[in-house]
Design a binder for this molecule. Structure first.
Ligand SMILES: C[S@@+](CC[C@H](N)C(=O)[O-])C[C@H]1O[C@@H](n2cnc3c(N)ncnc32)[C@H](O)[C@@H]1O
Length: 197
């Protein structure tokens, strides 16, 4: 399904606010752990990259870094890094095969409808080389809802993620739980799952 237009409009209009909110994301231990698990000169994708903070981190580590996002303002921000190859696209358009050593999907796939998630995970699995690494971060909870800004969210429970990753042939390695304040000012619980193809 095409990206939710309201959600993308909000990211376009609040791209700078989001950048300020996530400006320390490159100091996140999850990012460091993910990068360490990849081979030297790995080919890595920042899937739903936002302002490209993670993509810039990967590129600075010497990785061949690709990134995409449906928001043109986010793509513009990500393109400031000369070594990141970034393009504007929706999740549904992504169909690489056997290309990446790692796919980093940080709080992006939570904007896909639940009915799409399994197909999108299958596409990510196909895009990874054998044993390629995947990190998926989403907010925890039940159902689908718009936040106070109007962004459409799908919330996941731990067990559902286990089932989804198993069904799409990923091997769950470990996970981190945490909580944090989002762009709408509310605090949410999240999970980051580390898996491999
Ligand atoms: C919460 S931000 C996360 C950005 C970045 N990954 C990070 O961790 O800071 C969610 C991003 O997903 C993008 N996005 C939402 N729905 C999308 C879709 N269907 N296709 C591509 N990008 C999408 C938004 O434009 C936004 O930049």
């Amino acid at each position: 399904m095409k990206p939710d237009a309201t959600t993308i409009d909000i990211y376009n209009s609040k791209a700078n606010d989001y950048t300020n909110l996530s400006k320390d994301a490159d100091q996140d231990i999850r990012l460091e752990n993910f990068a360490k698990a990849l081979p030297a000169k790995a080919r890595v994708l920042d899937y739903g990259c936002g302002p490209g903070t993670s993509a810039a981190y990967f590129a600075d580590q010497g990785m061949v870094t690709h990134a995409f996002d449906a928001s043109k303002e986010m793509v513009k921000l990500t393109s400031r890094h000369p070594l990141v190859k970034v393009w504007q696209a929706g999740f549904h358009e992504f169909n690489e095969v056997d290309t990446y050593d790692g796919v980093w999907a940080s709080f992006s796939l939570l904007h896909a409808p639940r009915s799409d998630i399994e197909g999108l995970l299958v596409a990510i699995h196909k895009s990874l080389k054998v044993g390629g690494k995947f990190c998926l971060s989403v907010k925890l909870g039940k159902g689908e809802a718009r936040d106070t800004l109007g962004r459409l969210y799908t919330y996941y429970e731990h067990k559902e993620l286990e089932r989804l990753l198993r069904a799409t042939k990923f091997t769950w390695e470990n996970h981190f739980n945490g909580s944090g304040k989002g762009l709408d000012g509310t605090i949410s619980k999240w999970i980051s799952v580390f898996a491999h193809a």
